[in-house]
Design a protein around this ligand. Sequence first.
Ligand SMILES: O=C(O)CCC(=O)C(=O)O
Ligand SMILES: [Fe+2]
Length: 534
Amino acid sequence: ENYMEMASRLLNLAPSSPSNYDPSSYEPIRLHVHMNGEYGRCHKSPYVLSTPLPISSRNYSFDSHLTDSLLSFPEIDSGCGPVVGEGTFKDFCDMGPEKTVILEDHDSLVPVPSTRTLPCSYYTREGRRITSLSNLIEFASLSSAPLDVYAVAAGRLFQFAPGKVGETFDLSHLPHPQGKKMYLETMSVSPKVFEIKNFFVEEEADDLIERAIGSSSKTHGLKRSTTGVDSEQDTNPIRTSENAFDTSGKSAMSLKKRCFKILGINPYKEDMADGLQVLRYNVSTAYKSHLDYLDMTPTSEHDFDSSRVGTNRFATILLYMSDFEPADGGETVFSYGEPYKSVKTPPTYLEALEEARAHSSLFKPNSWEEKMVAECRSQLSVSPKRARSVLFYSQHPDGRVDKRSKHGGCPVLTDEKVKWAANLWVWNGPRMGYSSAPLKHADKVKKGHKSEKKDRAQPPKGSIKVVFENKGKDPKFNGASLYYQETLWGDFGPGESHSVNSFQGHVWYVKGDNGEVLLTLVVGGGEGNQRFEV
Ligand SMILES: O=C(O)CCC(=O)C(=O)O
Ligand SMILES: [Fe+2]
């Protein structure tokens, strides 16, 4: 869709009538404005919101009016640019058509009256979206200090902004199954890693394990992890753990929704996350350090470049269901994270490697597992505890990959315990395959971006729109789910349908309630749309 056309169409919707202003009910509000994810603020003295906003403005028109108002403050306009000293607040909020990800609500954005550019949206430090002037007044009244407000560029997602290790973020506005107070504790600032305290409860942990064990089917239940592509037999050399997706469990669904709330994404969007993945590590198994951010595979038509308009994994929430002591191994290690609390004087890598050799019965000398034990002892690592949970980001707030988010699952060193964990990968927009997801743009190829052309191992095949529909005729498909390769696409019970962009030769599965494959669907060649109905 043409960005400029969309922008000019929206311009006509921008409310600007002076009759909207109600100066009598206005009290000045003091703000500290931050760029999304940045601890430091853009300006020295508090910004006093001196131009009354239309009191009635809500949601998107509120965003537009607040952005307009902030633009009139020179200190913010010059100090909040994408890079300090470069660019303006206007450019920060509107990254331009080449870099503005099209999210579901894109068409609702209201351009800023004075500049006709896209506005920022605004969040509190705790990730609560500020939706109206009365909402802003309410938040501002909670403290006598100026309100910290985080400006998020159009098409981007909120990100927490810690200044130091140990800093907490109160999330008690979010519901907890047992009424406990949820909060974040910062474990590392770069990479951004947090423990989510009181995120879930032991009953939910048990439920995830039981369902993973219970799904005994060969295809859907726990199995040695594969690399994903046509690899039912081709096990992953860097990942010796087993995994299964919980597609429909009550706990899994409720946890997925809670993850979105934590991240400040509201409402929940099924197309922005992979399925909740349950992981089992027996003794000596591990998951080598990696980025959750997906490589741009040259053969895929999906646009993975989230620094532009593409989408990729944005944040990961890890859940632990087992109780481990440091000696048991099994930690999650962050390769670029400083050790936090857990270790008073961490050994150096070489010291740790010596120590790891003590476990030589478990690993071959110089194996990646052995080196990993050393890494786990010398870097930031999180030891599994029942109902413990961790959040980290794979992207910077502007969508660039954060290479410092590299992490792994450390080898389990005990045969007396099993490490159970689960993860949810949340994307910065519709994930690969959804019809709303960004495709590599044909225009770019035409314009002759050489690198882009070179990246393509083969000429682009046409994307094929495929509709999967369960018409409810066969009770066998009650409680079914749709999968693309290993990845859960969505529920596929009676009345459900999914419209996806797929390609010739792609394999889709319809799986039953307990994970058995009911149908294998291979997308055929040829032009035009295809339909699969059951
Ligand atoms: O098991 C762990 O601790 C890490 C798992 C992980 O990194 C992943 O599943 O992406
Ligand atoms: Fe990972």
